[in-house]
Structures are given as C-alpha cells and as structure tokens.
Design a protein around this ligand. Structure first.
Ligand code: GAL
Length: 633
C-alpha cells in the first residue's frame, strides 16, 4: 500500500490563471492527492437542470497534468439557492421547531424525498461525466454528515419518514405501545400516524421514543449515503470515501462504512482540544498548541475499523482554524507530527485543509498551506518535509494489536437518551479507557459492536454497551483472554427496558446490578487499592469473585475466569492501576509513557510522538518538542 500526502483545493474559488501554478507547486512539494468539488454545486449546476462542466473539466485536467490524483466530492452538502425555490420544504427543522435557513451549508433534511432526487441527479451527472476519467482516483460523498448538528431534524418530511420507519420496525401499533411501555402516562397510540417526533413535549419524551428516533435518524444518513454510492459504483471503479468527524456519534459510522471503501476523517487537533475534548485546565494549557495526545489516535483507530482497514485523514489542520472558541497557532512541527501519527496508525493518505487561505467568507480566518497572497504559510514546509520523509521510508506492515476496545454508536445514543447523571457520556467513558491503554504504551484496535471473533487479542475492553449483540456475546463466551466490561453493560433490552433477570447477564458471572447511582463532579467513591469511581457507580450482589472493593466495602471489580466487570467509572489513578493489573494477568508487557509522550508500533517500526512543548528524554533519546522519533530493531 502506497501512502500519500495531499491537499483540499477549491478551483472554483480562484481565478483560473492560478490553477496551473497551484498544481505545479503541489506536485513540487511532493503532494500526490488533491480533493476538490465538494462545495461547488452552484458552479456545476448554476440554473436548475443547466450544467456547466467546462471549468471542472479544465481543473481536473490541470491537476492531472501534474500527476496529481483527484478525489472528487459530491456537492450535496451545499445545495444552491435555487434549490429552495424548487423545494421550499427541504430545510431541516431544529428541536425547537425553527427552520434552519439558507446562507451557510448543510441546509437540507436527510428525509426530504425531493432533495434526495436532486442529489441522485447531480451525483449521476458527476458519475457519468467523470466515472472513467483517469485522474479521478477516489470519490467523497457529501461532506461531514452530522456537522453543525444536522442529523436530527424535526421537519414534516422527517415525521412522515419516521412513521414509516416505525411501521416497518413494529408492524403493529400495539407492538409499538408494548415495546415502549406507552401505558405509562397514557401515552398509547391508536395508529402510526399519531406518533409525532420526540421534540416539544412538556417534559422529557419516553426514552424509548427518543431512542427510536435516534436509530431512525442514523438509518436516514445511511440510506442517503447509499443512494450516492449505488450511483457512483454504476459508473466508476474508483474507491468511495466519506470524511467523518471527531467525536461525532449521531449516526452509526459502521453502517455507512459498510457501503464505502475508505473511511476518512477530518482532524483538527487544536480546534478539538479547545471545543470538545475533556481535559483538565492544566492539560488544556499544556497542549494548547499541540492538541490532546490521544484524541487523534483514538479516531485513527476508530476509522481504521470503520473503513475495515482502509482509512485516510481527508482534512488535516494546517494552522489556526476559525471555528473553535479559541484558535491558537500550532507549535512548529505539529503539522508534520500529526501527519506522521496518522501514517503510524495505518492511514493511506493525509490531506491538509486547505491549499490557500481564502480572503473571503466564513473561513477567511482559517489557515491553509499558503497565505491568501500565495506565499507559503508555516505548514507548507512541514508538508514538504513529510512528503520527503514518506518517500524515503519503506512501507510498514500492519498487524493486529494485542488490545481491543469495542466501540458502539448505539450505546452512545442510549446513554445520551437517558444518562441518569448529567455527565455520563458513553464516548467519554470509552475515550477514558482508550487513554488509559495509551498511557501504558499499548497499541489498540477498535472493534465494532457486532464483532464475532476476538481471537488474537490478549485484552478486550467493552465498557457500557447498553445491549450486547448476540455475536459479541458468543465471542466473549469463547474468548480465552482477559475482558473488561461494565459499568452499564447489558443494562437495557433492545427496546430500552431494564432486563429481568437484572443485568449484566454475562457468561459465568454470578452478579446482578442491584442499585446504580450517579455522582456530581466533586464527589467520588474511593477504592481500597487507590483512586476512585467518579460520575457513576453500581452496587452489585452475587457470588462472583471480588477482585477489588470500594472503601465502603462493596465490589469494585468482579471476575469470572478472564471476564471482569467494573462497577463504576474509574478515575485516572484507579484506571491505570486496574489496567496494569489486567495486563499483568494477561502477560501483556506495558510501557508506561511519560506525560505527553505516545508510542505506536507499525510493523517493526516503533514511533514515539512528543506532544509536549518541551524536549523529553525517552529510551536513550531526546525527543524535541512537537517531534516524532522512529526506530527499527
Ligand atoms: C471541516 C469541513 C471543511 C472546513 C473545515 C474547517 O469541518 O469539512 O469544509 O469547514 O472544517 O476547519
């Protein structure tokens, strides 16, 4: 597999006289990929049904003439203004019932059939025209599904589609009433067309209703994406990708991923640390210009799973972005380090966003590889350096990690629907566990929730899976290694009721969750071995072996053979100790890492990344701030 570096480019935003020199400079610094097209609908189809392909033909030819491989995006994230005259009701509606208007992007409703038909038309046009073009080496569908909170719409189109979805799933309204427990508060329905969307209720809607809506909304994204991939595949054999995001869980990426060839994601480490990563104020300051040392790696590993091995970074932060609460400048070296970290985790390509900073519109304050005056911005030289280093470095083999973390989008919806404690976040717990593994210097594979085979892994973590799938349950039963489940494992049926017999219902583990409690941020439950549970703890009854207890004398960690159940959300101290203990039991060597240093093995190469703003001595080497070090045995 040949790895490549690339860039996102918007020929329609620049005078045509610039294209040839832009393409020549891209090739000169060693870029091999260029993504174009994903927002250019108003130039592809300036008037309804009147297409203008001349400019795009020339842009592709200009880029191709420099040997650049083009990723062509379908433009469906930015329908032109005329589309609204044709389909005035195609706009999404927010949970407060307000229509989301024109004037930015993603102004569409996944359920609107008229808009879907327009998407099918423009994608067919693109696929027919460029499907066999030798320069088109990959596709991207739409752009960042879910961005700007666009998966959940409360429009009339969504309501009709939801009712149809419910009728398919439940077949009879009595079955729906029973499944949701609608006898509670006299919520029973007489027909599917009485079921509204779960917004604007007086107090919270029935969580089963909300969860059904979340499942439906995810399915809508999947079918919207499949509409496009089906068309592209009829006319092209180039691989199809979509660019996913960081910490976005509103739809099941494994389900969209099944219809795609490559999972790509958009990595903005400093923006993420500013606007979404949970970190202490001290760490937010310490990593201000570098980003969280685990957040990128988590998504690299997640999207490697979503792409069934094939994944890219489609957009890589090159300098300050415009959209986070604060937008610091990356430390010199970070634009290189981030790219190398992606390659170390198996990325096929990393594309910087974007080529030249636009002096106009919403992203005028967003850096590119070039400044608006076309002079190189700092990341330009770093990209060139990565390209030289890539060319000099032999390809490294991929291999299965020894540790796996199961990640389940549906559990994120379940616990977002009924968190029971304000700060209970499935993503947060899964990411905490991932961070704990990385502090021990371990490589991690992320696995989908229907994984049927765990062989080859020594340690498998599957926290807070609301309903364990039958294949995963069978795999856990057959698993010879060490597994860590809980808290909240199997705590809901598929219809979001509490199962009886009570959870967790795990093979061989004689224990039931008798009581749960959530805790405010300043309260925790100390463990006898050190550290504490915070946010969430469970009180379990039964005869299962107690490995660890809380200081108040209740089980904290239970065990049946290799299967362990964790009875709360551990803080960093508790988690590090418990993971170390499990690794010892599993004969798994650990490499505890200094603060801000992370390690990743790829084939026989060991990479070490220094996310610190200062040099660190490690393994006999001094690794400079924002630098990456690699070695072979
Ligand atoms: C991404 C998006 C790009 C651009 C970028 C700015 O979310 O896909 O189009 O807006 O952010 O950082």
């Amino acid at each position: 597999m040949k790895r490549g570096l690339g860039v996102c480019y918007y020929p329609e935003q620049w005078d045509e006289s610039l294209w040839a020199s832009d393409a020549a400079r891209m090739a000169e610094i060693g870029l091999t990929w260029v993504r174009i097209g994903e927002f250019a609908w108003s130039r592809m189809e300036p008037q309804p049904d009147q297409y203008d392909w001349g400019w795009l033909d020339r842009a592709i030819a200009t880029l191709g003439a420099q040997g650049l491989k083009v990723v062509l995006g379908t433009p469906t994230a930015t329908p032109p203004r005329w589309m609204l005259d044709r389909h005035p009701d195609m706009l999404a509606v927010d949970a407060k019932g307000q229509t989301r208007g024109f004037g930015s992007r993603r102004h569409y409703d996944f359920s609107h059939l008229g808009y879907r038909a327009e998407c099918a038309k423009i994608v067919t046009q693109l696929a027919v025209r460029y499907g066999k073009n030798p320069h088109i080496c990959a596709w991207q569908t739409d752009n960042e599904y879910a961005c700007h909170n666009t998966v959940h719409s409360y429009s009339p189109a969504a309501r009709t589609a939801f009712q149809n979805w419910l009728a398919q799933r439940y077949q009879s309204i009595d079955a729906l009433n029973r499944a949701w427990g609608n006898v509670f508060w006299s919520m029973e329905y007489a027909s599917f067309d009485q079921v509204a969307l779960p917004n604007l209720t007086v107090t919270e809607a029935n969580p089963a209703h909300t969860l059904a809506f979340r499942r439906f909304a995810s399915d809508e994204v999947v079918s919207f994406n499949k509409l496009q991939t089906d068309i592209l595949r009829k006319h092209s054999t180039a691989p199809i990708s979509h660019n996913y995001m960081g910490q976005v869980t509103d739809f099941d990426h494994f389900a969209t991923g099944a219809d795609l060839d490559i999972a790509a994601w958009d990595a903005y480490p400093i923006g993420f640390l500013s606007d979404r990563v949970q970190a202490s104020p001290a760490d937010k300051r310490h990593f201000l210009r570098q980003g969280d040392p685990d957040f990128q790696a988590f998504h690299h590993d997640l999207y490697r799973a979503v792409g069934r091995g094939r994944w890219w970074v489609m957009e890589q932060q090159p300098g300050p972005v415009n959209w986070a609460p604060w937008n610091p400048d990356p430390l010199p070296g970070m634009a290189r380090l981030w790219a190398w970290e992606a390659f170390a985790h198996g990325a096929e390509a990393v594309c910087y966003f974007r080529w030249r900073q636009a002096p106009f519109a919403q992203e005028a304050m967003h850096a590119g590889l070039l400044r608006p005056d076309s002079a190189p911005a700092p990341a330009y030289a770093e990209a060139a350096q990565v390209a030289r280093e890539l060319a000099a470095m032999p390809d490294v083999a991929r291999r299965q990690a020894k540790v796996a973390l199961v990640f389940d989008y549906a559990s994120d919806w379940a616990w977002a629907t009924q968190p029971q404690g304000r700060d209970f976040s499935y993503f947060g717990l899964a990411f905490d566990m991932y961070r704990g593994l990385r502090r021990l210097g371990l490589d991690v594979d992320i696995l989908p929730p229907d994984t049927a085979d765990l062989s080859g892994y020594a340690l498998v973590l599957a926290p807070a899976i609301a309903t364990i799938s039958a294949p995963l349950m069978a795999a856990l039963t057959a698993f010879q290694g060490t597994a860590l489940l809980g808290p909240r494992t199997n705590a809901k049926t598929a219809e979001f009721a509490i199962p009886v017999p009570l959870p967790p219902n795990l093979p061989g583990l004689d224990a039931v969750v008798a009581r749960v409690e959530s805790l405010p941020p300043d309260v925790s439950v100390p463990l006898q071995g050190g550290g504490a549970f915070h946010r969430w703890r469970e009180k379990l009854e039964g005869t299962a072996e107690v490995v660890e207890s809380t200081q108040d004398g209740l089980p904290a960690l239970l065990r049946a053979g290799g299967l362990h159940y964790l009875c709360g959300w551990p803080d960093e101290t508790a988690l590090d100790r418990i993971l170390t203990h499990l690794c010892q039991g599993a004969d798994l060597p650990t490499h505890p890492m200094p603060h801000g240093l992370r390690r990743r093995r790829a084939g026989d190469v060991t990479f070490v990344f220094n996310y610190n703003p200062h040099p660190v001595a490690y393994d006999g080497h001094t690794i400079q701030a924002a630098d990456v070090y690699w070695s072979r045995p």
